[in-house]
Write a new protein. Structure first.
Length: 207
C-alpha cells in the first residue's frame, strides 16, 4: 500500500489531519493513526477528549499571557515570586525552559512571537503594549530580555528597549552563554541558568 492508496477513507482522513501537525509527515502520521487503532476505544476517547478540552478550556494568564487553567497562572499567583522582575520571552516553551533551570525567581511576560517582517509579524501582533502597561504601573524594577539570539530576536529586544526608555526601569539581557542564533528552548539548562544569573545591562550589550 502506498500513501496514496488507503484501504479506508476514514484512515486517510485521520492521517491527513495528523500530517497537518508541524514536523509530522504522512508516514509518521500513518504510524500514529495505526497505533491509535490498536488501542482500546476508551483510551482513544480519553485522548480525543483531552485535545478538545485543551482547545476549549485553556486560558492565557491575564497578566503574563502564559498558558494557564485559570485567569491567573501559577507563577503570577505565587506570592513567593519576585513580581518586580519580569523576564520577557517569545513563547510558552521558553517559560518552561527557564523554569527548568530553577535559577529564576521572578515572573514572565510572553510576547507570543518576535518581530519578523519576512513573516508579516509586526509589533502590533505581539504582546508588547501589555508589557508596557505593566511597566507603566510602576510595579516593575527590572525587565530581562530572554529572546532567541537571532537577528529577529535582537531586533525585538531593541524595539522594546526603545519603548521602555521613558520609564524608570532596569533593562537587562541574558549573558552571551547562549550562542548567537540559538533558541532558548534548545539551550541546555546549565548554560541557560548561568546566562540568567550573569545577565548584563542591555545598554552594555549595545556597546
Amino acid at each position: 500500500m502506498t500513501l496514496d492508496n488507503f484501504p479506508s477513507k476514514l484512515l486517510e482522513n485521520a492521517v491527513n489531519e495528523f500530517s497537518r501537525l508541524p514536523g509530522i509527515g504522512k508516514k509518521t502520521a500513518l504510524r500514529l493513526v495505526l497505533h491509535l487503532l490498536r488501542k482500546d476505544i476508551e483510551e482513544v476517547r480519553r485522548f480525543s477528549r483531552s485535545l478538545t478540552q485543551l482547545r476549549e478550556e485553556v486560558k492565557h494568564c491575564k497578566t503574563c499571557r502564559n498558558i494557564s487553567d485559570t485567569d491567573l497562572c501559577n507563577i503570577c499567583n505565587n506570592p513567593s515570586r519576585d513580581h518586580r522582575t519580569v523576564c520577557v520571552v517569545e513563547n510558552i516553551r521558553d517559560v518552561m525552559s527557564i523554569e527548568n533551570t530553577q535559577q529564576y525567581k521572578g515572573v514572565y511576560h510572553v510576547l507570543g512571537g518576535i518581530i519578523s517582517p519576512m513573516d508579516g509579524i509586526g509589533p502590533a501582533d505581539l504582546e508588547i503594549n501589555s508589557l508596557l502597561l505593566r511597566v507603566e504601573k510602576g510595579e516593575i524594577d527590572e525587565v530581562i530580555f530572554a529572546l532567541s539570539t537571532t537577528m529577529e530576536g535582537d531586533s525585538t529586544n531593541f524595539y522594546i528597549f526603545k519603548k521602555l526608555k521613558p520609564f524608570d526601569v532596569k533593562v537587562t539581557t541574558l549573558a552571551r552563554g547562549v550562542s548567537i542564533g540559538d533558541e532558548i528552548e534548545y539551550t541546555d539548562e546549565v548554560t541557560l541558568g548561568r546566562s540568567i544569573v550573569n545577565r548584563m545591562l542591555f545598554e552594555n550589550f549595545l556597546g
